[in-house]
Design a protein around this ligand. Sequence first.
Ligand SMILES: Cc1cc2nc3c(=O)[nH]c(=O)nc-3n(C[C@H](O)[C@H](O)[C@H](O)COP(=O)(O)OP(=O)(O)OC[C@H]3O[C@@H](n4cnc5c(N)ncnc54)[C@H](O)[C@@H]3O)c2cc1C
Length: 421
Amino acid sequence: MHTSTRPYYDAIVVGARCAGAATALLLARAGLHVLNIDRSAPGTDTLSTHAIMRAGVMQLNRWGLGAALESLEAPPITSSTFYYGAEAVEVSLKPKHGVAALYAPRRRDLDALLVRAARTAGAHVRHRVSLVGLLRAPDGRVLGARLRADDGTVHEVRSALVVGADGTSSKVARLVQAPLVRTTHHAGCTIYGYFESLGLQGYHWHFADGATAGAIPTNGNAACVFVGLTPADFYGHASRNLDQGFEQALARSAPDLWRRVRHARRVEPYRAFGGHGGFIRKSTGPGWALVGDASYFKDPGTAHGISDALRDAEILVRALLRDPTELRRYQSERDALCQPLLDVTDAIASFAWDYTELKAMHRKLSQEMNRETEHMAAWDEAGARPSTVSWHRPLAKRAGPDSPRNQNVAALEAAPSSVRT
Ligand SMILES: Cc1cc2nc3c(=O)[nH]c(=O)nc-3n(C[C@H](O)[C@H](O)[C@H](O)COP(=O)(O)OP(=O)(O)OC[C@H]3O[C@@H](n4cnc5c(N)ncnc54)[C@H](O)[C@@H]3O)c2cc1C
């Protein structure tokens, strides 16, 4: 392993999925010189049941990626049905803010779509590259990153900003010691699998005593079917035998769905998530910022993490372009939107509700999701979306071809292929 000095970037974004690739895309469209790295291989999946809500589809449309989203294999979703025991409540999606359908593509496709868009916008995206350290000034300001390629070579890359979009156990958050400013009380567990030809359209969300379930149509003819369990049930027995744990929980929480599933073909092994408490981290500091699950996480039961990540990528970039010295405005704007969603999600994840209480929670959730989309729609009306924000370089002065920065860029282009993807 050896260390070499690498190029200068305006921003290094760690993590190239829905938060990181979206942030890289918007920064690159703003004319910034962006490096986006991810330690995983390109086009891989991650733990997720895929449902994108209105706010997320709206973001993809606003960024000009609506047609690309529709061209993925996932079918359009125009209704959600909520089952409170035997009572079914179907809600049709009203077309609004340019969103006539929702989608739930496999993450390997959605994340790859965002990576392609980031590359097209000019971001350098490198997979199989890990953040292993940060470069710091004596006063603690982050000045860049130490990156390790999969051949073991380590490169020091300077940048005005390092963005951690590296998930719940964010290395960036650990290195800058970003404190938790809020934590929640409950953490549900999930088991899910993919089943062909269930004959279901729309999202289906089932709620029963101590368990939830759902079906989310995704790529091809398959639906992602999940069960949500308390930690006591998951760790008490279900995690020891996922097939049995899934089947028992589904039969208990959604008997009709179970009747369809038991005759359908499962196309991949079950996957499980052992739960994680919700949190909000301090998300900005000198030379660094956090976005996506790295900065804010809530129980996946309300299926809003992808939409959050797309929203927060834009809040961060807009704050940065307005005034890079006032990055904390990103956190205040973001937290005003996400705190109520975090609270209601935590209440749902408690499993401590009867159906009257749960319906009230769903009304609150719906109100907060509407408030969020109205807030984001107003960005366009104010004419302040990234394509119209003043596109001067706010992070670094424009450099001429002979500047040290551009010489370093040339050095990166000559880097070993393992660093270039
Ligand atoms: C079981 C489950 C079901 C879910 N279902 C839904 C759903 O239906 N709808 C929804 O909207 N949300 C859902 N979510 C939440 C959603 O998956 C997350 O909110 C979303 O993935 C967050 O995206 P992200 O880009 O912030 O982080 P991630 O998707 O976690 O990506 C982080 C990336 O950072 C990379 N990385 C980490 N460390 C390093 C490092 N040191 N160097 C380089 N790269 C690094 C990782 O390789 C990874 O690719 C679900 C979550 C779970 C667990």
